[in-house]
Design a protein around this ligand. Sequence first.
Ligand SMILES: [Zn+2]
Length: 217
Amino acid sequence: MTPIACHECDLLLMPLELSAARSQAYCPRCGARLYGCHHDRLEKILALTVAALTLLVTAISFPIVGLDIQGHYAETTVLDAAQALWREERGLLAGLVLLTTVLMPLFELGAVLWLVLPLWRGWRPWGFARVFRLLRLAQPWAMVEVFVLGVLVSLVKLSHLADVLPGPAMACFGGLMALLAALSVLIDPPALWQAWDAARPLPFAGGALRRFRKARA
Ligand SMILES: [Zn+2]
């Protein structure tokens, strides 16, 4: 059996000594919390992910900002902004805006749902390790906070040229930024692996894999 190291004082502990109750464990030397009840954590992750997905879809569908220049009113969404950049032959910038504010957050939230929803119901998700690795690779590319900061700076700079009205998407991106930060704290690899350990394999996963191998052979 592989020992677990306390993340605070590096004391090595055998999992058997810790997981008698399987709900929480504290380091006997320094008192640091080694893990807590994973079911509570999974519920919190799920609630935050559904809320974040709702905010992301709303943020994509509604205008980020409206400009009133001498009676002419114009407003734009993130997708319109990326399209405008594309038309102005700034394809790389358009791609980066789409990737960091829409595609990567969508992928991140989808991957979290894929991993956590079955675990919460007591099943092991298909391709857990692979999807988890992809999620950890994608996380640094979801940069909603950089986008929000960029929009705020441009709003201040534009405010003396035109009447600038922040749109509903701006508030949604603000909320999304906070939820993604909270999710990155809650998604703790040891806790998810512990939940995976306690879960059962999906009933059809083994059969599907055998059929796939048979078809390839
Ligand atoms: Zn310790």
